[in-house]
Design a binder for this molecule. Structure first.
Ligand SMILES: Nc1ncnc2c1ncn2[C@@H]1O[C@H](COP(=O)(O)OP(=O)(O)O)[C@@H](O)[C@H]1O
Ligand SMILES: [Mg+2]
Length: 248
């Protein structure tokens, strides 16, 4: 069963075609990396999948159902979650409070950020589980705004998976991190996305080749290759696309 299928997906801004006949088929439970030169359209592709942009043509299906153009909050309820931006964190709330807030809906509460149902044991247990998976237990009572950058990004991912989505989209989650922070972040991402379908845009090739089950290569809005890491590494079209981009 495919978790996510893109079929001949297109997106133009004015007369400029950014995504051209993109095809992608991600299996349930798979970890898929999307790589490609800067400006290839990776973030635009995520915006089309997550409902921030409406496709010009083509289809996006999740678990067999057409979702192209569906609003992000509706997709979230159907189990598709895209990483929050750091700016979505409440800087003045603690890590625990941010996580609790992200969990409210899945525990049947409305979103009211300033009154937390601290007495709800199931909710507290879910918060503790997220703290552990994201390696933030020792930071639970720190205000999100006071966290180191790498920890903020971990919190962001923890909030992304809080609603137990089946499909998780992460756009360059290790951007701006040192090599050491990147290695730790990837371990956390593995822990946090276990048993879920993960689609990740990542520029660090070391990370991509160690994390992904399969890799898709996007060049000028078109998926030019999909395969296992070793096959992608050897693919002359991929090498050419990257070399071409570096010489551009
Ligand atoms: N809302 C928009 N309006 C016009 N052009 C856009 C918009 N969003 C992205 N683009 C253009 O689409 C191209 C692909 O951008 P993007 O998807 O961010 O690439 P990537 O994430 O692969 O670096 C870029 O040339 C960018 O300028
Ligand atoms: Mg991008």
């Amino acid at each position: 069963m495919s978790a996510l299928v893109l079929e001949n997906l297109c997106k133009s801004f004015g007369k400029t075609e950014i995504i051209r006949d993109a095809n992608l088929d991600v299996e349930t439970g798979e970890r898929r990396a999307i790589i490609g030169p800067n400006g290839a359209g990776k973030s635009t592709l995520f915006n089309l999948i997550s409902g921030r942009l409406r496709p010009s043509a083509g289809s996006v299906r999740m678990n067999g159902a057409e979702i192209g153009g569906t609003a992000p909050h509706l997709l979230a309820r159907r189990g598709l979650s895209r990483s929050f931006q750091v700016s979505n964190l409440f800087a003045g709330l603690t890590v625990r409070e941010n996580l609790m807030r992200a969990l409210l809906r899945s525990h049947g509460y409305g979103v009211s950020p300033f009154r937390f149902p601290m007495g709800n044991r199931a909710l507290r247990a879910d918060v503790d589980d997220l703290l552990e998976r994201s390696d933030l237990t020792s930071r639970a009572n720190t205000q999100a705004g006071e966290l180191a950058y790498a920890d903020q990004r971990s919190l962001e991912i923890a909030m992304t998976i809080a609603g137990k989505p089946s499909v998780v989209l992460l756009d360059e989650p290790t951007a701006g991190m040192s090599r050491e922070e990147t290695t730790r972040a990837i371990e956390r991402i593995k822990q946090m996305t276990e048993n879920r379908t993960l689609v990740i845009v990542e520029h660090d090739m070391g990370v991509v080749f160690s994390l992904a089950d399969r890799i898709s290569v996007l060049v000028r809005g078109h998926v030019i290759a999909t395969g296992k890491p070793d096959d992608i590494r050897k693919d002359p079209r991929v090498q050419e696309a990257y070399l071409g981009a570096e010489h551009a």
